[in-house]
Write a protein of this length. Structure first.
Length: 239
């Protein structure tokens, strides 16, 4: 190869390398700078958000979640919020809602309380999320191995926890027809109580909030119940 050809080839390879680096940066930037806008939210349906969330949960299970630079998101969210969904979940530190659905800042309006029950305050938060902030999906997410459910089964009484656990008594009571051991050592019984607790929350949303019921009936929102399994990162639907 003569000197002229060598210089030309070197320049070509250098240009290619710069181009690839730039493309990589742009790809990364595209992923990391995304936040929900009003225009994007307007196009969403509850069904589409549910599909998006289930795909996110699959990525979470497969350990291929999207890369996000939350520092870049902060300034973009200061003028408004356009969440995709409202998620009611337990306060449990093993239940990280954004991670479970592989969503970023601004995507999920959350209501978290030990035992994921729906009282007046949580109901008000759901109405705010759907009516004011425009969320299209409501997810009530209980979880397996829930300490609050176990404590309710054991009828624990301690400080303000007594009042919190009292909210879970109906779920324990309607599970007493269970044929196996009905105590907090039996994971099958704990799971049944947790599922029934989600069912009660779904019923409370539909019967105690005519606003949300009407939105669901008119197809403006979708409401679903799920049970998260911290052992595998999986979700089961609860109906
Ligand atoms: Zn819990």
């Amino acid at each position: 190869m003569n000197k002229k050809k060598y210089i030309l080839l070197s320049l070509l390879l250098f240009g290619l390398a710069v181009s690839c680096k730039k493309e990589n940066r742009e790809t990364q930037s595209k992923v990391s700078s995304h936040v929900m806008t009003k225009e994007q939210q307007d196009k969403l349906t509850g069904e589409a958000v549910l599909k998006d969330f289930m795909e996110g949960n699959k990525r979470f299970q497969d350990e291929i979640v999207n890369v996000r630079d939350h520092t870049k998101h902060i300034g973009k969210l200061v003028t408004g919020q356009f969440p995709k969904a409202m998620v009611v979940s337990c306060s449990d530190n093993r239940v990280s809602v954004d991670d479970i659905f592989d969503q970023g800042l601004g995507d999920i309006f959350e209501g978290r309380v030990a035992g994921n029950f729906v009282d007046e305050d949580v109901l008000g938060s759901i109405e705010f999320a759907c009516v004011v902030a425009g969320a299209r999906l409501v997810v009530v997410m209980g979880h397996q191995h829930c300490e609050a459910v176990k404590a309710a089964i054991d009828n624990v009484r301690f400080g303000n926890i007594t009042a919190t656990l009292y909210r879970l008594r109906p779920a324990v009571n309607i599970s007493l027809s269970f044929s196996g051991m009905k105590n907090s050592k039996n994971n099958e019984f704990i799971k049944l109580v947790s599922e029934n607790n989600v069912r009660i929350a779904l019923n409370d949303i539909r019967t105690k909030s005519p606003i949300l019921k009407e939105m669901e009936d008119n197809g403006k929102i979708k409401i679903v119940g799920t049970l998260y399994n911290p052992a595998h990162g999986t979700l089961e639907f609860v109906k």
